[in-house]
Ligand binder design. Structure first.
Ligand code: NAD
Length: 499
């Protein structure tokens, strides 16, 4: 059986803790791989490698950094298919979806290739007599990234390319459920010429994560995962004096007004709710149907959902794959099984679904729940599976109030033909990313990604300008070169003022 090892100091390093975890092919349910789990000492070794590499990488020229980045970009482009296959084998998502994930990760590498312009400082000359002021940004040192299972390549690439282009060195702790893609990315980066120790990958569980959160040589932590863990990461790492961005879970709402093109809205709802089996932080998991749109919209969603082909991610005919683990599959199913008793109308029940020849896979079909009460578990919890809940509202205001009462505020969307209503929604909705007739408004690489409320703890979104700011700190340099002809200024105990 294959074993995934750590990547420390530019090479594969076998674990010594004696602990490892299983990696399962979700389509067959078979354990295909084991992954080493790092002890606190092994995490210390990775941080030490990153710290030692920072001594030279932190002072490397922008030209050197960007030339490595451009080579990494080319290698990534060449290896898209291979990385996507690794993702499908361990995560289960269909190959086209895995390729899409690699493409979105590549966008951030594109951004990192242009770091020369992102890091340009500002200079004001002659702010006072013969005094200039320059604002510059400098790297932090060793930074850590902790990432979730649902995007095993893209989410790490939200973090390390930009952090490294800014001059930091990096320790990544990817999800233990699908660890292979992150190691392959590190190998390709090394092949591109990245010096040893600049990017390190340690695998593991809470032991490894908690050591990173308290390690005195880790300057900043980027986290993406569920809300309870995001809260723990933010609290613990800020408690240890670190800069933290911790992105959490979501319950993304789509508000459909009665004037919307209901066919377009139904297409969008089905794609956004059931794509990647609903295991996306930007999945639409709640539709709020306003006024008369409700019955027709639910009928159109049902009709489309019934036509989706579910099967192994390796089969080109499959549109949706299995869930990540058997335990997660059972938890998702429990929300559907318990929905009627809590007041929902069950329009589609996917709990009995299986795939012939793959009976041990983590399968569940598409579920659709209508008229879902806001105090039911299916509405309150992030289900993270192919379960779409529909709520009804009489007016725009009532619909908006439902969206804004959610503790989450990651992404949201409005479907309407009314520009005025869409504009109001943009300004009034409490979420970090808003789509107007766009169901999954994931920002492009040069804008930043992040939610509000329980979907993000910290001040910075990831990538874009926010990413560059997160991975650098500001410094302002005030310079005076007196002219030899100037009279000596003399001693002046007054508060310095500009003249
Ligand atoms: P998770 O929170 O269980 O795990 C994320 C990471 O934290 C993993 O590396 C894991 O090993 C580590 N971890 C788990 N338990 C821990 C603990 N007790 N202490 C310390 N570390 C721990 O999340 P997941 O199940 O891998 O991913 C799915 C979740 O991630 C969903 O909630 C989803 O919404 C969220 N997500 C959010 C975004 C976003 O941008 N907001 C993006 C992707 C995923």
């Amino acid at each position: 059986m294959k074993t995934v090892h750590h990547w420390i100091g530019g090479k594969s390093v076998e674990g010594t803790s004696g602990h490892s975890g299983p990696v399962t092919d979700p389509a067959t349910g078979a354990v295909t791989t084991r992954v080493d789990f790092a002890s606190a000492d092994e995490v210390d070794t990775a941080v030490a490698a990153a710290r030692s590499a920072y001594a030279t990488w932190g002072t490397s020229s922008l030209a050197q950094r960007t030339s490595v980045m451009f080579r990494f970009r080319a290698l990534l482009d060449e290896h898209r298919e291979e990385i996507a296959a690794l993702i499908t084998a361990e995560h289960g998502k269909v190959h086209s979806d895995a390729l899409g994930e690699v493409a979105r990760g590549l966008e951030i590498v594109d951004l990192a290739c242009g770091i020369t312009t992102q890091l340009k400082g500002e200079l004001s000359t002659e702010v006072s007599s013969r005094v200039d002021v320059a604002s510059i940004r400098q790297s932090l040192g060793v930074v850590a990234g902790i990432t979730p299972f649902n995007f095993p390549a893209m989410v790490p690439m939200w973090m390390f390319p930009l952090a490294i282009a800014c001059g930091n060195t990096f320790v990544l702790k990817p999800s233990e459920k699908d660890p292979s893609a992150s190691v392959r990315l590190a190998e390709l980066f090394a092949e591109a010429g990245l010096p040893d120790g600049v990017l390190n990958v340690v695998h593991g569980d809470k032991v490894a994560v908690d050591r990173l959160l308290e390690h005195p040589d880790v300057a900043a932590v980027s986290f993406v995962g569920s809300t309870p863990i995001a809260r723990h990461i933010h609290r613990t790492a800020t408690g240890h004096g670190k800069r933290v961005q911790a992105l959490g879970g979501a319950k993304n709402h789509m508000l459909v007004l009665p004037d919307a093109d209901l066919d377009a809205a139904a297409d969008a709802a089905v794609s956004a709710a059931y794509g990647s089996a609903g295991e996306r932080c930007m999945a639409i998991s709640a539709v709020v149907a306003v006024g008369a749109s409700g019955d027709a919209l639910v009928a159109k969603i049902k009709e489309r959902a019934e036509r989706i082909t579910i099967g192994p991610g390796t089969d080109p005919a499959s549109e949706m794959g299995p869930l990540i683990t058997k335990a997660h599959r059972d938890k998702v199913a429990s929300y559907v099984s318990g929905a009627a008793a809590q007041g929902s109308e069950v329009v589609l029940d996917g709990t009995g679904f299986t795939v012939e020849g793959y009976e041990d896979g983590h399968w569940i079909g598409l579920s659709l729940l209508d008229k879902v009460p806001t105090d039911s578990d299916a509405y309150r919890d992030e289900i993270f599976g192919p379960v779409l809940v529909v709520l009804r509202a009489e007016t725009y205001e009532e619909g908006l109030a439902i969206v804004n009462a959610s503790p989450y505020g990651n992404g949201t969307a409005i479907f309407t033909r009314d520009g005025g209503a869409a504009r109001r929604f943009q300004l009034e909705v409490e979420a970090g990313m808003v789509g107007v007739n766009v169901p999954i408004p994931v920002p492009v690489g040069y804008h930043s990604f992040g939610g509000w409320k329980d979907s993000l703890f910290g001040d910075h979104h990831v990538y874009g300008n926010d990413g560059v700011h997160f991975y650098t700190r500001g410094k302002v340099v005030t310079t005076r070169w007196p002219d030899p002809a100037d009279a000596p200024a003399g001693v002046d105990l007054g508060f310095p003022s500009n003249r």
